[in-house]
Design a protein around this ligand. Structure first.
Ligand code: AMP
Length: 420
C-alpha cells in the first residue's frame, strides 16, 4: 500500500515523500483512516513502529481541513508524552510532516528556561507537544489554555504511569474540553492502563501492533559471558572494530554510565553519557553529537534513552543486562529500525544469567553465545549482594519485587566496590 491510498492531502504527501517514506507502516495503515474519521483510538504500539506519523499525519490533515478564523492561533491539538527526548522528536515530526500545511507547533518540556516556550505560546500555535509537568506549570501561570483542544494524544501511557505522571494527567483531563477526539497509545496494556484509557477515550477503535517479535527477529543478538570486572576491557576490545561506527551502550545506573564514559574517553574514544542527572542542554547536545556521528559511543540509562530515535543505528550494547525483560526489547529496538540492519550485544556476568534466561523466555529464542573472546567468565561466584549474604539465596530478581526503574536508585554498595 502507498500513502496515496490513505487519502492524505497533497501538502502532507509531499512532505512524507521528502522524508523518504514510500510505504506506510502497519500502524499507519491501521490508524490513519480511523483518526481521519474523527474517531477515538486506543493503540497498543511502541516507538519504532512509525507510531508518531500514525497520529501526526491525520492530526495535521484534520486541523488543516477545519480551519479556524480567529486572529491568534489557538492550541487545537495537544500531545502529551513522558520524556523531553520524545517530546522533541514528536515536535520534529510535526514540523517535518506539516511543513507545507502552514500549521505551527511548539514543544514544551521542563529543565530549561521557560521564556522561549512562553514566547512561542504568545505568538500562537496550533499544536503543542509537551511533557506533563511544564505544561501544567505554564498553564497555571496563565501562559496557555487547553480549552480549544480538539484532538488530544496521550503517548507512551504505560511509561507515563511508571514515571508517576498519573496525577498530572488527571489534572489535564479536568481542563480539556469534554468534546474532543482522543488518541491513547501505550506499549503495553495492563489493567491499570486500560482503566486510565477508559477515562480518556470513548468507544475507541483498537489498533494493536506488537513489534516485539518482528523487531527482535531482524536484529542479530549475541551474548558475551564476562566477569563484571572485565566488562570495560571487553567493551574496549569490541570497539577496536571500525565497523562499529556508532554504538548505543546501556548501563543500569547513571553512575555506571559516567564511569564507562570516563574509561572510553581515557582510551581516546569519543563518548558521552545521557541520563537523568544531565541538564537538558547536555542531553540534547550529546544526542545531537551522536546523531552527527561526532560522538562514537552514547552511554545511556533506560529512561533517558526511551524513544531515542537515531537513523541507521546498527549497534546496541547492553553493558549491564536489564533486570526487566521488556526493557531488553525496548533497548535493542533502538536498532534495526524501519527495516535497517541491527546488532545487539549483551555483556552477561554470573549474577545476570537469570536475567538472560527471562529475556530468552520473553523473546522465545536463544541469544547466540560468543565464547571465543579474550575475557571469558571465570568468577562464577562473584561478591554477593547484601541480600544474598543475608542468606536469601537467589539474586535480587525482578519477579520478586515490583519492577522499578533503576535510574534514580543509588548504586548498590556491592556495585560500588566492584572494579568497573
Ligand atoms: P516512531 O515509531 O514514530 O518513533 O518512528 C520510528 C522511525 O520510523 C522514525 O525514524 C521515523 O522517521 C520512521 N518512519 C516512520 N514512518 C515511516 C515510513 N512509513 N517509512 C519509513 N520510515 C518511517
Amino acid at each position: 500500500m502507498q500513502f496515496q491510498s490513505l487519502n492524505i492531502i497533497e501538502p502532507i504527501l509531499k512532505a512524507v515523500k521528502e522524508e523518504g517514506y514510500t510505504i506506510p507502516t502497519p500502524i499507519q495503515v491501521k490508524s490513519i483512516p480511523i483518526v481521519l474519521k474523527g474517531l477515538d483510538l486506543l493503540g497498543c504500539a511502541q516507538t519504532g513502529t512509525g507510531k508518531t506519523a500514525a497520529f501526526a499525519i491525520p492530526i495535521l490533515q484534520l486541523l488543516k481541513a477545519n480551519k479556524t478564523f480567529s486572529k491568534k492561533r489557538k492550541i487545537r491539538s495537544l500531545i502529551v508524552t513522558p520524556t523531553r527526548e520524545l517530546a522533541i522528536q514528536i515536535g520534529e515530526s510535526f514540523d517535518a510532516y506539516g511543513r507545507h500545511t502552514g500549521l505551527t507547533s511548539t514543544v514544551i518540556f521542563g529543565g530549561v528556561n521557560q521564556n522561549p516556550q512562553t514566547k512561542a505560546l504568545r505568538r500562537g500555535v496550533d499544536i503543542v507537544v509537551a511533557t506533563p509537568g511544564r505544561l501544567l506549570d505554564l498553564m497555571n501561570q496563565g501562559f496557555l489554555t487547553l480549552r480549544d483542544v480538539e484532538i488530544f494524544v496521550l503517548d507512551e501511557a504505560d511509561r507515563m504511569l511508571d514515571m508517576g505522571f498519573i496525577h498530572d494527567v488527571k489534572k489535564m483531563l479536568k481542563v480539556l474540553p469534554k468534546k474532543r477526539q482522543s488518541l491513547f497509545f501505550s506499549a503495553t496494556l495492563p489493567p491499570e492502563i486500560i482503566k486510565l484509557a477508559s477515562t480518556i477515550v470513548h468507544n475507541p477503535e483498537k489498533v494493536s501492533i506488537t513489534p516485539e517479535a518482528p523487531t527482535v527477529d531482524i536484529i542479530k543478538q549475541y551474548v558475551y559471558f564476562v566477569d563484571r570486572g572485565n566488562k570495560n576491557n571487553l567493551l574496549l576490545e569490541l570497539l577496536k572494530d571500525n565497523k562499529i561506527k556508532t554504538v548505543l551502550v546501556f548501563t543500569r545506573t547513571k553512575h555506571r554510565a559516567n564511569r564507562v564514559v570516563k574509561i572510553l574517553v581515557r582510551d581516546n574514544i569519543k563518548a558521552e553519557a545521557i541520563h537523568g542527572n544531565k541538564t537538558q542542554n547536555a542531553r540534547q547536545r550529546a544526542l545531537k553529537n551522536f546523531k552527527a556521528q561526532t560522538t562514537r559511543v552514547l552511554v545511556a540509562t533506560d529512561i533517558a534513552a526511551r524513544g531515542i530515535d537515531v537513523d541507521d543505528l546498527e549497534f546496541v550494547i547492553n553493558y549491564d543486562m536489564p533486570n526487566i525483560s521488556e526493557t531488553y526489547v525496548h533497548r535493542i529496538g533502538r536498532t534495526g529500525r524501519a527495516g535497517a540492519k541491527g546488532t545487539a550485544i549483551s555483556f552477561c556476568d554470573a549474577e545476570e544469567k537469570a536475567y538472560l534466561r527471562d529475556i530468552e523466555k520473553l523473546i522465545t529464542k536463544k541469544v547466540t553465545i560468543i565464547d571465543n573472546h579474550p575475557f571469558p567468565l571465570i568468577d562464577h561466584n562473584p561478591v554477593k549482594s547484601p541480600r544474598q549474604q543475608r542468606g536469601k539465596g537467589k539474586p535480587a530478581h525482578p519477579s520478586h519485587s515490583k519492577p522499578k526503574s533503576d535510574e534514580n536508585k543509588k548504586p548498590r554498595k556491592w556495585y560500588r566496590k566492584s572494579k568497573t
